[in-house]
Ligand binder design. Structure first.
Ligand SMILES: Cc1cc2nc3c(=O)[nH]c(=O)nc-3n(C[C@H](O)[C@H](O)[C@H](O)COP(=O)(O)OP(=O)(O)OC[C@H]3O[C@@H](n4cnc5c(N)ncnc54)[C@H](O)[C@@H]3O)c2cc1C
Length: 412
């Protein structure tokens, strides 16, 4: 907004101050939660837990706990990349604890963590840091709409100055004598009419290399075999639709450690699953197998500036399912809701069901890029979760001027 009503120089992050502010509300949380647990009659034990029997856990080296039921909620951790120099990678947790931002950063992986961190650094850090994102496949942010991703990638590279290198597989990281890190990567370039792409090795240098190449369920060290709990390195604890281990009915699992049930690794999904398990455990009927999580209409957001959001199906998924649908889409960078605050890019793609079935005139998927996309997507989530029709969304009288007021124009 500089020169468009704001005359002060552009605001810049004071990273150490921001970290101190963050800690002012994150640091007290564990003790506060523990106190609440205590008030509710829940005892907390601190330490690494692992199974020593089907319903027995050892916490640390001394405490043994026996339960009629055990709920696993150990979350996820950065996936091991199996490359030389892996120990030089900075994890997302470590990045969010840095005292100072480095002046050049390489992100290994082009998912939401890389894009969110890159936008923080490029949009707001002082001193024009250099940011490179190395991504192994041809398109980053694979869970999001490719057309909106293309808009975001263009803005991230052309307007913010990030370098995004696709089809680039990181092979090793070396630390040089001056502390600088050198990444060796294999770059594949598809060749017309040739089955094999041409490949070459290229080096990339930076002060810091951040692991943004995916997370896997945290099952290591749980000694699951001692409790006959089936698991998979990528999908975590294998659970049934009631979130109960398929091989040990005394064990339930929620959150990032149990994505085998189809729930996305997201905070609200972990909460939903936790409450489903609690209800199953407290309700003794049907062998503690009554409630199932409903994942319909759960939105997910890339918190870049502006944000990219998705709920429901992508176009390719709707095609695979053989659904009849039409697509409403536009680049809305010139629309009032984006241009009045000078925040670009923006756009949307909405999938609307057609044909004679229940899907007719219903929202099958909504994809938004732009100012307040992270808020507006919740309305599409509500529509999908509750089967609201396009006519319902159009009949709503939206507060004006708000970003949600664009919905009636988006749905045709
Ligand atoms: C950088 C980043 C950004 C994210 N941004 C978002 C976002 O914007 N929105 C969103 O919805 N989600 C986001 N997520 C995902 C979100 O953090 C997870 O989905 C959520 O925390 C999962 O909750 P959980 O309870 O399953 O696991 P966690 O929150 O990971 O908690 C698991 C806990 O179990 C502990 N633990 C592990 N093993 C053991 C053991 N053997 N014994 C005892 N304790 C153990 C761990 O130390 C941890 O404290 C983000 C994740 C990352 C990494």
């Amino acid at each position: 907004m500089q020169g468009k009503g704001i005359s002060e120089p552009a605001l810049k992050l004071d990273w150490p101050q921001l970290m101190a502010f963050k800690r002012s509300f994150t640091a007290p949380a564990p003790a506060r939660n523990e106190k609440k647990f205590e008030e509710a009659g829940i005892t907390t034990f601190h330490g690494q837990a692992h199974f020593v029997g089907p319903t027995t856990l050892m916490v640390g080296t001394e405490t043994t706990l026996e339960g009629h039921y055990i709920v696993l909620a150990t979350g996820a951790k950065p996936a091991s990349l199996g490359i030389a120099g892996e120990e030089y990678l900075t994890t997302s947790e470590q990045f969010l604890e840095l005292e100072q931002l480095p002046s050049s950063i390489i992100f290994v992986g082009g998912g939401y963590i890389a894009f969110e961190f890159a936008h923080i650094v490029l949009r707001a850090a002082a001193g024009s840091p250099k940011v490179q994102i190395l991504h192994s496949s041809a398109s980053p942010l694979e869970g999001f709409d490719p057309d909106l991703v293309a808009q975001l990638v263009k803005a991230t590279t052309e307007d913010l100055g990030a370098e995004i290198q696709l089809n680039t597989e990181v092979k090793s990281i070396e630390k040089q004598s001056d502390g600088h890190l050198l990444v060796q990567a294999l770059i594949s370039s598809p060749r017309e009419e040739e089955p094999q792409p041409s490949q070459h090795v290229q080096s990339f240098g930076a002060d810091m290399v951040v692991h943004a190449a995916g997370r896997v369920p945290e099952i290591e060290g749980l000694d699951l075999e001692k409790a006959s709990i089936k698991s998979d390195a990528k999908r975590g604890i294998i659970v049934n639709e009631y979130l109960q281990s398929v091989t040990n009915p005394a064990v339930y699992a929620a959150g990032d450690v149990a994505i085998s049930n189809g729930g996305l690794p997201l905070t609200p999904v972990a909460s939903l699953e936790g409450s489903v398990i609690a209800r199953n455990l407290l309700d003794g009927s049907r062998n503690h197998q009554t409630y199932k999580p409903n994942y319909v209409g759960v939105p997910t957001v890339v918190f870049t500036i502006p944000s990219l959001a998705r709920v429901g199906l992508q176009e390719k998924e709707a095609h695979v399912q053989g659904l009849l649908f039409k697509v409403e889409q536009a680049d809305t960078s010139g629309w009032y809701s984006s241009s009045r605050i000078n925040l670009k890019p923006s756009g949307y793609k909405i999938l609307i069901g057609e044909g004679a079935g229940d899907n007719n005139n219903r929202i099958l998927g909504a994809h938004l890029l732009g100012y307040q996309a992270e808020e507006v997507i919740n309305i599409f989530g509500l529509a999908i979760r509750n089967g609201l029709s396009v006519s319902d969304l159009k009949a709503m009288v939206y507060a004006y001027p708000t970003s949600a007021a664009d919905i009636s124009s988006m749905v045709g």
